[in-house]
Ligand binder design. Sequence first.
Ligand code: NAP
Length: 495
Amino acid sequence: MSDSVDAVDSVREQAVVGAVPTGVFIGGGWRDATGGARLVVEDPSTGRPLAEVADATPDDGLAALDAAAAAQASWASTPPRVRGEVLRRTYELLTARVEDLALLMTLEMGKPVAESRAEVAYAAEFFRWFAEEAVRIDGRYTVNPNGGARLLVMRQPVGPCLLITPWNFPMAMGTRKLGPAIAAGCTMVCKPAELTPLSMLALAEILAEAGLPPGVLNVVTTSRAGDVTRPLLADRRLRKLSFTGSTAVGRQLIGLAADNVLRVSMELGGNAPFLVFEDADLEAAVEGAVIAKMRNVGEACTAANRFHVHESVADEFATRLAGRLGAMTVGRGTQEGVQVGPLVDGRQRAKVAELVDDATARGATALLGGRPLDGPGYFYAPTVLTDVPAGARMLREEVFGPVAPIVPFATEDEAVAAANDTEYGLVAYVYTTGLERALRVVERLETGMVGLNQGLVSNPAAPFGGVKHSGFGREGGREGIDEYLATKYVAVKLA
Ligand code: NAP
């Protein structure tokens, strides 16, 4: 790892960061936060300040909702094709500008630039998908079973939405919500994470360039998430909350949304089990494990959190996985070839270290890594732990870092029971070559998604989401737009 940033790179980085608007985006215009406060965005690979953006107040949040409410009727009556074309144009612009956007994302979040490019492409794909869905919002017309009346069912935009997004996928977690909301005809107030506001601000500017009318999207960046969003959640003009983040915060927000009887979508935390059966293709399982564990430096809700491996292949799997993770290049994500960037901040790194220390204190062995890395930035060594005892916290809590605990199992029933022994239910991964076993296990897993012989499930064409404390609602796929539509039934008298 190196602390030095080449002078040429540094000029380009400054240009990319300097081009991003740093105000709040309300009613189609950029302005300072009321009172002029700013918040500092850090580069997690150096710990140094990267930029300052507006630190919005509750008044700014309400101004954003004013703008969204004012734009709602005209956006809802804008032809679906026109709404779709804004999304399609934005998809084209994001695709054309992937290099700058990827660099920006790496600078504020830390992930390797190759992964940021993949995230920009993934984020853009939601817009292409929902551009196509905008013109397919349909209803139905049926004859009353007794004859006479006709039943007309139509689907209409829910209305102004509050969209709250996390720092781990600074753009894609936004476009999964913005895409269907825009397609459905909803207006929005979006609050990105304090740690990574720049990608969303850049996206807002591109949407405006692509023709999104003023007020349809409003963005408030703030260090006071609760203070700014609480008045919005209590406001009768707001109709929906869509939240991606931790289960702890999601639970609080569900309570606040209940008071105002808001429509709610919740994409919350995960604790994904990765099951490897004795009949698995072990090399494919290791390959899938590297992706499921190391994508986004392990900071993904879909990250494999614990590896349950049949006892006959557990040692071999652990050795091979340690070999692969140990060979990965750790460094500043802006450098080509780097495969593991820093964690997002000191707090996140301290939490990962705490969970690893807890496991080793209870008897786990570090086959690889097991410690933070020295030097600037928030780096943590890729880690493989064996002999992880059942009581280790990391088997129950989200690790959100490059740490793979391996736990052997003896029978299929034991594997499924261990997989389901969690409050979470977002995703599970299963490696087996047996068709009957695959179907048996997949049906018994208590999750919203399963990767079957595959370490990656995210796909804009598929319904992403969880069960249990991982939340409810789906993003992407044909289901994604349903979250932003309300059903109206009309009873039609026909003599
Ligand atoms: P977080 O702390 O829950 O924050 C998520 C968002 O909520 C941020 O914008 C945050 O703002 C805001 N927030 C925090 N407290 C709030 C409050 N009291 N009222 C209103 N908003 C509030 O989660 P995170 O650490 O950013 O993200 C990691 C978590 O997200 C993990 O648990 C991960 O599994 C989950 N996640 C889930 C999915 C999924 O699809 N299921 C996808 C990605 C991530 P600040 O940044 O200002 O705190």
